[in-house]
Design a protein around this ligand. Structure first.
Ligand code: DGL
Length: 266
């Protein structure tokens, strides 16, 4: 049986890429909702509908656990999904907790990048209200970055201009962590590392997901000894071109092909 991964598009492949390294004897199914990507600029009701339909499709396959590798889908639908299905379901949310810990230590602030919908939703607001005791968390929606990612756009000039514009009102010397709260964003880690001041650390949700998955597989006796890291790629519009794109995206992540060599943002 496979471990299922779900995202609106290629974002969740950034999590799959990390998970595969820790579970070499597991096989995977990756499903992208190509008919409806992006989610982050849609209404809550629309996203909930799309997520439920996508999960129904995924569970027609032989899947033993499901990772909702999408912060936006998690924030809208995770509770409903967990009560509707018996298999273990892991959601993702912006990794603000470890970022706050680190930033408190350094007496600096946290900047969370995510989609509009994730940042607007009650799940995120509740999380921040609970853990941000000293009000050090700021957030910034980056919807265009999801689109760049879907186009596999890693063009240095485009991204440099984009990030400069988006970050112009932030004094980056006052932050020490940037949370990548959307699974499309880790593709831009190499670029962000070059662009942001070197003291800023990038934090994403992959470590927490790996930990949670490991516990759930062990507790439910679901660990596989015979898999080969085989991946079955599927998408809602059944486009072969998109399946090739997903494979290219995974290779790009594995090889860090998008790594530029340039200077920091001033
Ligand atoms: N990758 C998704 C996330 O983590 C969704 C991006 C989108 O479809 O807007 O939020």
């Amino acid at each position: 049986m496979r471990i299922g991964f779900f995202d609106s598009g290629i974002g969740g492949i950034s999590i799959l890429n990390e998970v595969m390294k820790y579970f070499p004897r597991e096989d995977f199914l990756y499903y992208a909702d190509t008919l409806n990507v992006p989610y982050g600029t849609k209404t809550k009701e629309e996203v909930n509908q799309h997520v439920k339909a996508a999960v129904e499709n995924i569970l027609k396959e032989d899947v033993k656990a499901l990772i909702i590798a999408c912060n936006t889908a998690t924030s809208i639908s995770i509770n409903e999904l967990r009560s509707a299905y018996d298999i273990p379901i892991i959601g993702m949310e912006p990794a603000a907790k470890p970022a706050i810990k680190l930033s408190n230590l350094m007496q600096k602030k946290v900047l969370v990048f995510a989609t509009d919908l994730t940042l607007k939703e009650v799940k995120y607001r509740d999380l921040i209200a609970k853990i941000d005791k000293h009000s050090i968390v700021d957030s910034l929606p980056l919807p265009e970055l999801v689109e760049f990612c879907e186009e596999l756009n890693f063009n240095w000039n485009t991204l440099n201009t984009y990030f400069k514009t988006k970050l112009q009102d932030f004094d980056l010397s006052t932050y020490c962590t940037v949370v990548l709260g959307c699974t499309h964003f880790p593709y831009y880690k190499p670029i962000l590392k070059e662009l942001l001041p070197s003291h800023i650390q990038l934090v994403d949700g992959s470590k927490g997901t790996i930990k949670r998955l490991s516990i759930l597989l062990k507790d439910n006796n679901l660990l596989n000894e015979n898999g080969t890291n085989d991946i079955l790629f599927k998408c809602s519009d059944q486009s072969n071109a998109y399946i090739e794109k997903m494979k290219d995206a995974l290779s790009a992540l594995e090889n860090e092909l998008n790594k530029p060599k340039r200077k920091h943002l001033k």
